[in-house]
Design a protein around this ligand. Structure first.
Ligand SMILES: Nc1ncnc2c1ncn2[C@@H]1O[C@H](COP(=O)(O)OP(=O)(O)O)[C@@H](O)[C@H]1O
Ligand SMILES: [Mg+2]
Length: 489
C-alpha cells in the first residue's frame, strides 16, 4: 500500500501506473479502467514515468455537459439577459460565453432553469437582487416576483479583484498593498468559476452538499455599474422611447448583463458555527450525530479535493430541524425546544462560498489557509465505510478523474482570462489531492490525518490538450515541502 507519510518532505517525485488495454477496443465493459497509483513506500525514492492507458470510447461523452454545449437547440423565452449580442465595453473582449446567443438556458436541469427564469422575470418586474452587505465582495440575494430569495448571485466584475468591486476597503487594499492582496495561489478574478466548479465536483462525486451553482448572466439596476454604462443605458432608453424606429435597431436596451455564479438559495439553514456551538453543549441524538458525521465527511472531501482556502465555519451552513417542532413552529420555537424530547430530528449541511478554491499551486509560502473543520471533534473520526463506498471506486479510476478534469476544463475555458497552462496546474493540484484522499480512504484515516499528509501534485504530460487523450498518458507526481510562513487564516 502506498503510504504518503513515508514520503520525505521535498522529494521530487514520482509515480504512477502501468495499465494497458487494447487501444482500439470500443466496448466499454471490455476495457479495464486505469487506476490511481498504489505503490510501496520505498517507491517514493525512485523516479519513473508512468503510462496510463485510457478506455477510448468514453472520452468524448461525459454525462456533464458544459452550459454552452447544452444550449444548442433550445431557445428560451425572451428576457433582458437572453439573446444579447451587443458588445459590452464593461466586460471587455468577448469570450466563448459572451458569443453565446443562448446563455441562461439549462435544459438538463429544469429546476435550475426555472429558477434563473424566475430571477429574470422578477428583475423585469423591478424586484431586483439585493446586495449582501456582510460579504467581502459584490454578492446579491436574488428574488422571485413574490420577493422570496431564490439564489445568490456573485458577478465576476464585483469580485475582490473585479474592477467594479463595491467595497472601497478592498479597493484601497488592492491599490495600497497589492503584494498582500488576494491569495497568491489562486487565479485572480475567477471566483465565480470556482463556485460553479465546486458544484460540478459535488455533483460528479454525488456528494450533494453544495447548493447547485452555475454560470449565469444577469443585469440589474442594483448591481454596481460604471457611470459610463449607466449613461449609455439611459441614452439608449431615451432614444428608444422618443424615436422607436431608431431604437429598434439596438440589440439590447438597458444595462449590460454581468457574468457570475448563480447558486440556489437554501432555506432554514444557519452558519455552521451557530449549530456547532449548540452541539457542543447539547449532544445530538445518536442517529442524527451519525448522519451529521456522514455529511461532515462530504464537506471534508469536497474541500480537500478542490483545496478550498476559505472554509471557515461561517462558510458552511447547517439545518437542524427537530421532528417534533417541524410542523407549525417558528424558528424561534425550534431553537427553544427541549432537545431531549425530540424524535428523529432532520439534519442537513450546505457548503456555500466556494469562490476561493482550485489553487494552481499548494498554498505554501505565506499562509496555509487551513481547513477550519480540522479542529472539530468530528474530524478525528476515521472516514466511514459509507464515504469509502461512495468514493473509492470513482476516485481510484483514472478515467473518472480525467473526466472530472475535462468537465472543469469545459467550464473554466469560457472565462476571458482563461489560461490553459494555469488550468493544468490547477488540475495537477487537484489530482494530487485526490491521490492523497484516495489513500486516506483506503487506509481508514480521519480528516485530521488526511490534512497532515504531505501535499502532492500530479502533473499530466504536456502534449495533451483539454479532452484530447493520448492512448497512453504520463503523469508525474511531486511532493511539496515548504512549510507555510504562518498559518492562521
Ligand atoms: N446558497 C445559499 N443559501 C442560503 N444562504 C446563503 C447562500 N449563500 C450565501 N448565503 C448567506 O449569505 C451569506 C454571505 O454569503 P457568502 O457566499 O459567504 O458570501 P461572501 O463571499 O460575501 O462571504 C452567508 O453567510 C449566508 O448566510
Ligand atoms: Mg462568506
Amino acid at each position: 500500500m502506498m503510504n504518503m507519510n513515508s514520503a520525505e518532505a521535498g522529494d521530487s517525485l514520482i509515480f504512477s501506473l502501468n495499465e494497458t488495454n487494447d487501444n482500439n477496443n470500443t466496448n466499454a465493459s471490455a476495457s479495464a479502467p486505469a487506476s490511481l497509483p498504489n505503490m510501496p513506500p520505498d517507491s517514493y525514492q525512485m523516479t519513473s514515468e508512468v503510462h496510463v492507458t485510457f478506455a477510448p470510447q468514453n472520452h468524448n461523452h461525459t454525462s456533464y455537459k458544459s452550459d454552452r454545449e447544452s444550449h444548442s437547440g433550445h431557445r428560451p423565452p425572451r428576457s433582458p439577459t437572453r439573446g444579447c449580442k451587443e458588445n459590452s465595453p464593461l466586460l471587455g473582449p468577448k469570450s466563448d460565453f459572451e458569443h453565446s446567443f443562448e446563455y441562461n438556458s439549462f435544459p438538463d436541469d429544469p429546476f435550475f432553469h426555472e429558477t434563473v427564469l424566475a430571477a429574470e422575470l422578477a428583475i423585469e418586474a423591478n424586484v431586483c437582487p439585493e446586495r449582501i452587505y456582510q460579504g467581502s465582495s459584490g454578492s446579491y440575494f436574488v428574488k422571485n416576483t413574490e420577493q422570496k430569495i431564490i439564489a445568490v448571485f456573485k458577478p465576476k466584475d464585483e469580485e475582490p479583484y473585479g474592477h467594479l468591486n463595491p467595497k472601497w476597503t478592498k479597493w484601497m487594499h488592492k491599490l495600497c498593498c497589492p503584494c498582500c492582496f488576494g491569495r497568491s495561489c489562486l487565479v485572480p478574478n475567477q471566483g465565480y468559476l470556482s463556485e460553479a466548479g465546486a458544484s460540478l465536483v459535488d455533483q460528479k462525486l454525488g456528494l450533494n452538499v453544495v447548493p447547485k451553482t452555475k454560470v449565469v448572466r444577469l443585469a440589474s439596476e442594483t448591481f454596481n455599474y460604471s457611470a459610463i454604462d449607466r449613461a449609455k443605458a439611459r441614452t439608449k432608453r431615451n432614444i428608444y422611447n422618443r424615436v422607436p424606429s431608431v431604437g429598434r435597431h439596438f440589440n439590447r436596451i438597458g444595462l449590460p448583463p454581468k457574468i457570475g455564479s448563480f447558486q440556489l438559495f437554501v432555506n432554514g439553514y444557519k452558519d455552521a458555527d451557530y449549530w456547532l456551538r449548540r452541539f457542543d453543549s447539547e449532544a445530538l441524538p445518536e442517529s442524527t450525530a451519525k448522519k451529521f458525521q456522514h455529511l461532515f465527511e462530504r464537506v471534508v472531501v469536497l474541500d480537500y479535493i478542490i483545496r478550498n482556502t476559505d472554509r471557515g465555519n461561517d462558510n458552511w451552513l447547517i439545518k437542524y430541524e427537530p421532528a417534533s417542532t417541524k410542523a407549525g413552529s417558528s424558528q424561534g420555537d425550534i431553537e427553544d425546544a427541549e432537545w431531549s424530547m425530540v424524535e428523529n430530528p432532520e439534519i442537513a449541511v450546505a457548503a456555500i462560498d466556494n469562490g476561493l478554491a482550485f489553487p494552481f499551486k499548494h498554498p505554501d509560502e505565506w499562509r496555509a489557509y487551513p481547513y477550519h473543520w480540522a479542529w472539530l471533534p468530528q474530524a478525528k473520526v476515521p472516514f466511514s465505510t459509507e464515504i469509502q463506498e461512495l468514493l473509492l471506486d470513482q476516485l481510484s479510476d483514472m478515467n473518472f478523474v480525467q473526466d472530472l478534469c475535462d468537465d472543469l476544463y469545459d467550464l473554466f475555458k469560457c472565462d476571458k482570462g482563461f489560461d490553459r497552462h494555469t488550468f493544468e496546474k490547477q488540475m495537477s493540484v487537484m489530482r494530487g489531492q485526490i491521490l492523497n484522499l484516495t489513500q486516506a480512504l483506503k487506509d481508514g484515516r480521519s480528516p485530521v490525518q488526511l490534512v497532515q499528509m504531505p501535499v502532492v501534485t500530479v502533473e499530466r504530460n504536456k502534449s495533451t490538450v483539454g479532452r484530447t487523450r493520448a492512448d497512453s498518458e504520463i503523469f508525474t507526481q511531486s511532493f511539496s515541502h515548504r512549510a507555510p510562513f504562518f498559518s492562521w487564516c
